[in-house]
Design a protein around this ligand. Structure first.
Ligand SMILES: Cc1cc2nc3c(=O)[nH]c(=O)nc-3n(C[C@H](O)[C@H](O)[C@H](O)COP(=O)(O)OP(=O)(O)OC[C@H]3O[C@@H](n4cnc5c(N)ncnc54)[C@H](O)[C@@H]3O)c2cc1C
Length: 457
């Protein structure tokens, strides 16, 4: 198939992925003497940090996504093709996509990351993940559908498994989604399901490491644990979920948490694109790049953001997989590409860490800033709100998010609990589009030995 891209006398920069990195790079090249071609399988940019709010009914999906074509209206050197990139052929400078082949002079991989299930097959088949808007809408529907089912069963063990939620991964996503679910249990579910005994519903947050929010300061880790305890989230540290089947999330060979709902937020891998030599792909599927984001061994292939593994002296395991890294690398690469076109030597990338934050409940967050500055609580929440509002793409999205947040803050309610996307486990697909084959048949049981719950020191 022909992709019908116009011929140009200017070099063509093909960017795969219009996430935080790809979008920023394409914009930064608007005045550069190049033709910019962006390929993404979705026709929208997705603001992943707020996906959990879509999953728990706090925000509309539309307010965290923005149409790619609309973002670039008026940018003359910009072309977009909605396509799935299947592989690349560096020898012929060609990208092979679901809609045809696209030639490049310079190629930038900005494909982000995929959920890492660490080879745990039953979890990959049965758990809910939260990497995309369809994932978030599925999760919301799945949880509310299970509450509808809980009303119908007489079996107390089955009822509890339908209501229990296990979140795996104590990083920002796991903490944020657990806090949001606990708020929902407190403020929304009692109004909607007065017939259910919600004291039987348990939310577990399971983390393999010794602390929540591993990369953040110790103060933030302790604050997060305290807030989780106050919200009634049962935190299990130094605990791994190894298997999830028949409504049981196993944390040892025989011990399990009875639950129908498991949210996997335990890790990600780079979303590598086939076609590069194995030597440049790391163990967690990121692509090794030098300090100019250039893929080792290639003059005209670059990678930025989550998929790029840039190692520095102070970051020997590579830059963190965070939106600001992707955006800063994009800005830097835009300058470097223009240097290369002028025949100049590119400049090394330096990451400017502006801090990190995680929201813990409707009005509490933890914030770490450089120079060991840490704050929390309501002020932390306001900071989180401001930063996320400012970084949302599009004025309409900012306004809609602000209205939704203000509504839920003042009313302690969330309007968005429609099951508009009926979802069953057999619809579950993995990242490669493979469908889940598993149907649950076993009746859940109570766990005779409940796990030990972590409380703050
Ligand atoms: C739930 C969640 C919460 C997060 N919270 C935060 C946070 O609070 N703060 C923070 O800094 N970071 C957060 N992150 C991480 C942040 O979202 C990523 O670091 C950032 O999105 C990386 O940007 P990127 O451009 O590398 O990739 P992405 O933004 O993931 O974009 C990749 C793009 O590539 C496209 N793509 C991939 N493969 C193909 C292909 N083969 N063909 C066509 N298109 C393809 C995808 O559709 C996507 O649009 C969060 C991530 C998640 C999942």
């Amino acid at each position: 198939m022909d992709t019908n891209l116009p011929a140009s006398t200017q070099p063509r920069v093909v960017i795969i992925g219009c996430g935080f990195g790809g979008l920023r790079l394409a914009k930064a090249l608007r005045k550069a003497p190049v033709q910019v071609v962006v390929i993404d399988r979705n026709n929208y940019h997705n603001f992943q940090p707020l996906l959990y709010q879509v999953a728990t009914g706090a925000l509309e999906a539309d307010s965290i996504a923005y149409p790619i074509r609309k973002i670039f209206t008026g940018q003359k050197n910009f072309f977009y093709r909605m396509a799935d990139v299947q592989h690349i052929s560096p020898a012929s400078n060609m990208v092979h996509t679901s809609v045809g082949d696209i030639r490049y002079d310079y190629l930038v991989l900005a494909t982000g990351s995929l959920t890492n299930f660490f080879g745990l097959e039953s979890i990959e088949r049965n758990a809910m993940q939260i990497k995309s808007i369809p994932n978030a809408l599925n999760l919301r529907s799945f949880i509310f559908q299970n509450f509808e089912k809980a009303l119908l069963t007489e079996n107390p063990a089955e009822k509890q498994a339908l209501m229990n939620i296990v979140v795996v991964g104590g990083g920002p996503t796991g903490v944020e989604i657990s806090g949001s679910l606990a708020e929902m249990r407190r403020h929304v579910l009692p109004k909607d399901y007065p017939e259910l005994d919600l004291s039987a519903m348990q939310i577990f947050l399971v983390e393999a490491g010794p602390a929540l929010l591993g990369p953040m300061s110790e103060a933030s880790q302790q604050d997060a644990l305290r807030y989780m305890n106050e919200l009634g989230v049962k935190v299990l540290l130094n605990t791994s979920i190894k298997r999830f089947e028949d409504c049981r999330a196993y944390y040892s060979d025989t011990e399990f948490i009875p639950s129908e709902n498991l949210v996997w937020a335990a890790g990600v891998n780079g979303a590598e694109v086939p076609g590069l030599p194995a030597e440049v792909v790391t163990r967690n599927k990121r692509i090794s790049v030098n300090q100019w984001n250039r893929v080792e061994g290639f003059d005209n292939i670059f990678a930025i953001g989550d998929v790029a593994n840039m190692v520095t002296e102070d970051m020997p395991r590579g830059m963190p997989m965070l939106a600001p890294v992707a955006q800063q690398q994009a800005d830097h690469l835009a300058d470097n590409l223009q240097r290369i076109l002028r025949g100049e030597t590119p400049v090394d990338f330096k990451y400017l860490n502006k801090g990190s934050m995680a929201i813990v409940s409707r009005n509490k967050a933890v914030v770490d800033l450089p120079k060991n500055v840490h704050f929390n609580g309501f002020f932390g929440w306001l900071t989180w709100l401001f930063v996320h509002l400012m970084t949302l793409v599009g004025f309409r999205n900012k306004v809609v998010a602000l209205v939704d947040w203000a509504f839920s803050y003042f009313s302690s309610d969330q309007a968005l609990r429609l099951i508009i996307r009926p979802f069953s486990r057999k619809d579950l697909k993995d990242d490669k589009g493979k469908k889940s084959a598993e149907h649950r048949t076993a009746t859940p049981e109570y766990n005779p030995t409940p796990p030990a719950i972590q409380t703050p020191a």
